[in-house]
Design a protein. Structure first.
Length: 542
C-alpha cells in the first residue's frame, strides 16, 4: 500500500493496489522447452477520508452513530462508505501529585488522537500605521487579550491534550511543539513578542504582505504536520482576511489570491487539518471579516467563533469539537487532476443532530505543490543518535518519555560567590550580569535502566545528565553535561532493584536574569533510551 498526499479531497491518501496472482503454466508436452507467463493487473483507487463532527442542539458531541446513519454525496451523487470509525475523547485521569518545584518527564496519554495547534496571528493584529500612538496601543491591547485567552483556555483543556503554539509576528516561528504541559505552553505564549510593525500602507504593500503570510502559514502548517497521523485542529486567532476569500472585497491594489487559497486548502485537506478561526476583536459590527472566517472554517471542516469577548471558551469549544468526530472514507468517482471543484455533502438521519465537515475540494495534484519545511512541527520526540543528545535537547521539541525521571529545580542553597568558577557554558556576553546559581536534584527509577555485565558479578550502568538553557528567542545561552558511571556489585544491584531505589544526581548551573526555558535530559547509553522535559524559569535581576 502506497500512501501519498497527492490526492484531492483527502485528509489521508491511500493508494490501494490489487495484484492478481501470477499464473504459470508449462507448454505442451511436444515442446521440450518450458515457458512461464506472468499476468499482472494493477488496479488503483483513491480512498478519501473525511472527518465529520456531530453535535446536538446544546453543542455537545453526539456519540454512537453508525455508518447507516450517514449519507455521503459528491457533486450531488451518493457515494458508498468504505470505512467508518468513531473517534472519542476519553478522560485520562488526574496526573501524579508532585511536590513543589519538582517536575517529571512522564506525559499522560492523550484523551484523543487529534492534536491541536494554536496560531497566534499577531501580525494581522498589528497596526497598519504606527504613526498614531493610540492605534499601536489598541493593537497591543488586542494582542494581549489574545495571549491571555489562549493561556486561560489551556488551563481548562482535558488532561493530556496535546497542543503546539505557532506565532505570526515579525516572522513565522514555532513557539512550542506539541506538549500537554500547561505551564510550559503558557510560558511559551508569554514569551511571544508583541507585533507593532506598521509604516503606513502605500499601494497596499503591507496588506498584501500580511495576506501572503496567512496563505504561506496555512501551507507550511499543512506540510510540516502531514506526517503526524490523524486529525489536526488549527485554532487561529484572527481578525479575518476578506481580501483573500471574498474577491469583491479586495481593493484594486491587491492581487488575486484565488490560486494561493486553493493551494493552501488542498494542502490542509491532504494533511487532515481543520481550521477553527477565533475572532480576536470580540464583539464587533458584523461584516466581511466574520464572513471570511466562516468561509475558511467551512472549507476545511472547522467552526468559526466570532461575536464573543470570551475567546477562551471559544477555544475550549474548538478543542471539544475537534477531538470527537467520525472518520468516514469513500472512493471519489473522478480520478482526474483537472483543478475542478467538487462539492461534498454529508447528511445524518438523526433528528436534532447537525454535522460539520469539509465542504469540498479542488482536484489538484498536491504532490507537485512543493514547499520546503519551515517549522519544527512534530509529535514524535527525536532520539539520541550515537549517544548525541543535541536533537532531543533542542528548544521546544516534545517531551521524551523513554526514560522517566523526576527533577527538583530550585535556587541553590549555596549561592555563587563573586569570582567563583562559573558552572555551565554561559555565553561570554552574559557573564558580566548578576547570575543566580540553580540546583537540580534528579531521581531516576533504577528498574528502567539497562545494566551490562561487568564481569565478576558486577553490573555497570552508563548515564548522561544534560541541561540546555534557552532565552525567549530560542537561543542557547548555557548548558552542561555530565556522564555518570554506575558500577554495582551483584548484591548491591539486587538490593537496589528490590528496594526500588532511584539513581540520584545533583547538578548546579549559573543562570542570568530573564525569561528562560530550561531543558533537562537523561540518556541511558546501554539502551539508547532518552528522557527529556522542559520548564520555564523567570529569574529576577537582583
Amino acid at each position: 500500500m502506497d500512501r501519498s498526499r497527492a490526492v484531492f479531497a483527502s485528509t489521508c491518501v491511500v493508494a490501494m493496489m490489487a495484484v492478481l496472482l501470477s499464473t504459470h503454466f508449462r507448454a505442451a508436452a511436444q515442446d521440450s522447452t518450458s515457458a512461464d507467463t506472468t499476468q499482472t493487473l494493477q488496479v488503483y483507487s483513491r480512498l478519501t477520508v473525511l472527518d465529520v463532527t456531530a453535535i446536538d442542539a446544546n453543542g455537545q458531541p453526539v456519540h454512537g452513530l453508525t455508518s447507516s446513519d450517514f449519507t455521503l454525496l459528491e457533486d450531488g451523487k451518493p457515494q458508498p462508505i468504505r470505512n467508518f470509525e468513531e473517534v472519542i475523547s476519553r478522560p485520562t485521569g488526574s496526573p501524579r501529585e508532585l511536590p513543589p518545584n519538582v517536575y517529571t518527564s512522564f506525559q499522560p496519554p492523550p484523551p484523543s488522537n487529534a492534536v491541536n495547534i494554536l496560531l497566534l496571528d499577531l501580525e494581522n493584529e498589528a497596526p497598519i500605521d504606527n504613526t498614531v500612538g493610540m492605534q499601536v496601543s489598541r493593537s497591543v491591547a488586542m494582542q494581549a487579550r489574545v495571549k491571555a485567552a489562549a493561556k486561560a483556555a489551556l488551563q481548562n483543556m482535558p488532561e493530556g491534550t496535546r497542543v503546539a503554539v505557532i506565532a505570526m509576528t515579525y516572522n513565522l516561528r514555532m513557539v512550542q511543539s506539541f506538549t500537554a504541559d500547561r505551564d510550559l505552553l503558557a510560558a511559551a505564549i508569554d514569551a511571544v513578542p508583541y507585533d507593532t510593525n506598521g509604516n503606513g500602507d502605500p499601494q497596499c504593500m503591507q496588506s498584501n504582505s500580511r495576506n501572503e503570510s496567512v496563505l504561506e502559514t496555512f501551507s507550511r502548517i499543512a506540510i510540516d504536520s502531514a506526517a503526524i497521523h490523524g486529525r489536526k485542529n488549527l485554532i487561529w486567532f484572527t481578525t479575518g482576511n476578506p481580501a483573500i476569500t471574498i474577491p469583491n472585497d479586495r481593493p484594486g491594489c491587491l492581487p488575486d489570491y484565488s490560486a494561493g487559497l486553493s493551494h493552501a486548502y488542498d494542502l490542509l485537506t491532504a494533511a487532515q487539518v481543520s481550521v477553527y478561526p477565533v475572532d480576536a476583536r470580540g464583539v464587533t459590527m458584523l461584516g466581511d471579516a466574520q464572513l471570511s472566517e466562516q468561509m475558511v472554517a467551512e472549507a476545511t471542516g472547522g467552526v468559526a467563533y466570532s461575536q464573543t469577548n470570551d475567546m477562551a471558551t471559544a477555544v475550549d469549544k474548538a478543542l471539544l469539537n475537534g477531538s470527537n468526530y467520525y472518520s468516514i472514507s469513500y472512493i471519489p468517482p473522478s480520478t482526474k487532476y483537472d483543478g475542478a471543484y467538487h462539492k461534498i455533502d454529508v447528511r445524518v438521519d438523526r433528528p436534532g443532530v447537525s454535522v460539520t465537515f469539509r465542504k469540498g475540494y479542488y482536484a489538484d495534484d498536491t504532490s507537485k505543490m512543493k514547499m520546503p519545511p519551515g517549522l519544527t512541527l512534530t509529535a514524535t520526540p527525536p532520539q539520541a543518535t550515537g549517544g548525541n543528545m543535541k536533537a532531543p535537547m533542542s528548544r521546544g521539541l516534545p517531551t521524551s518519555s523513554g526514560i522517566l525521571f523526576d527533577v527538583e529545580v530550585l535556587p541553590s542553597t549555596t549561592p555563587r560567590k563573586p569570582g567563583a568558577p562559573l558552572l555551565g557554558t554561559l555565553n561570554p556576553a552574559l557573564q558580566g550580569r548578576r547570575l543566580t546559581r540553580y540546583g537540580l536534584q534528579y531521581a531516576v527509577p533504577s528498574q528502567q535502566i539497562v545494566f551490562k555485565d561487568g564481569g565478576r558479578q558486577s553490573h555497570n550502568g552508563n548515564l548522561d545528565f544534560d541541561v540546555a538553557v534557552y532565552d525567549s528567542n530560542d537561543k542557547l545561552i548555557t548548558g552542561l553535561s555530565q556522564v555518570v558511571k554506575v558500577n554495582l556489585s551483584d548484591e548491591k544491584y539486587k538490593q537496589m532493584l528490590a528496594n526500588q531505589e532511584p539513581i540520584k544526581l545533583y547538578q548546579q548551573i549559573d543562570l542570568p536574569p530573564g525569561a528562560l526555558f530550561l531543558r533537562v535530559g537523561v540518556l541511558d547509553h546501554n539502551s539508547d533510551k532518552v528522557g527529556t522535559l522542559e520548564l520555564p524559569l523567570k529569574i529576577a535581576n537582583k
